[in-house]
Design a protein around this ligand. Sequence first.
Ligand code: NAD
Length: 292
Amino acid sequence: MAKIGFIGLGNMGAPMARNLAAAGHEVTGFDTAGTGAEGVGVAATAQDAARGMDFVITMLPNGAILRSVAAEVLPEMAKGATLVDCSTVDVESARAVAEDAAARDVGFVDAPVSGGIGGAAAGTLTFMAGGSAEAFARAAPLFEIMGQKSVHCGDAGAGQAAKICNNMILGITMIGTCEAFALADKLGLDRQKMFDVVSTSSGYSWSMNAYCPAPGVGPQSPADNEYKPGFAAELMLKDLGLSQQAAEAADVDTPMGALARALYAQFVENEDGRGKDFSAMLPRLAARGRES
Ligand code: NAD
């Protein structure tokens, strides 16, 4: 059984740390907000949560916070220990922390997740990982406890790259699906019929088939629960921002990703989208005409 420091016990981190403890690992947690998790010991500082640990896992809001936490904990970690960052952050921050870790002979894996709060609680997350084969192999048994699938995507940063590419597709297809429902409404096409056709035709996607944004249509989704998240619109905005940041840095033309980001920014910052599921783009679009 491993000694694990877990830093960032928020909506995602707390249930992930709890699952590691329930599997028999010795887990010590730290969060600046003073949160804890069942079966997880409490450290007074991030350094205390890192010292003498085989693994330190971080689950933090963004890349700037990851960099500052890594600067605190890496000097405390033993050579041969492994830092596993499960946050969604920019590719550059993941690569910078990987370099700092390598300089101290500490392993590093960037391993952002998909599956949301439900997946974190149930231990069914998907991990997309970047880092050396050795570091990934060391962390893989922990991914098996916290999730149901892990993919080693390549060198450091590759996990974050996979995450933001996936979520750029997700944001774009969700908006496209919502636009099509709004158009179908105005054309007098029943939403259920629209689902029956599209979900088995070439317009199908995860947004339509697994997470249908229309209430009462398709499988259960946040649309059936008044658009309570789920996956909040502001988290989608964050991920679309990261994909645009990466596209700018790598000089890639991503016009649809840029438009999706702008639309979610408008929804979250100037309308009533904050705190709603990202599929609430449907009532937003359905309530508007072309000029509004
Ligand atoms: P959260 O805000 O609930 O948790 C983040 C935690 O980090 C908070 O408890 C906060 O107090 C703590 N924290 C902040 N600064 C800290 C510091 N310096 N030291 C220690 N702790 C600190 O967020 P979350 O929903 O748990 O998401 C965490 C990460 O997972 C984010 O990067 C997010 O993008 C990603 N993610 C979230 C979801 C989701 O559905 N919530 C899904 C996939 C990925």
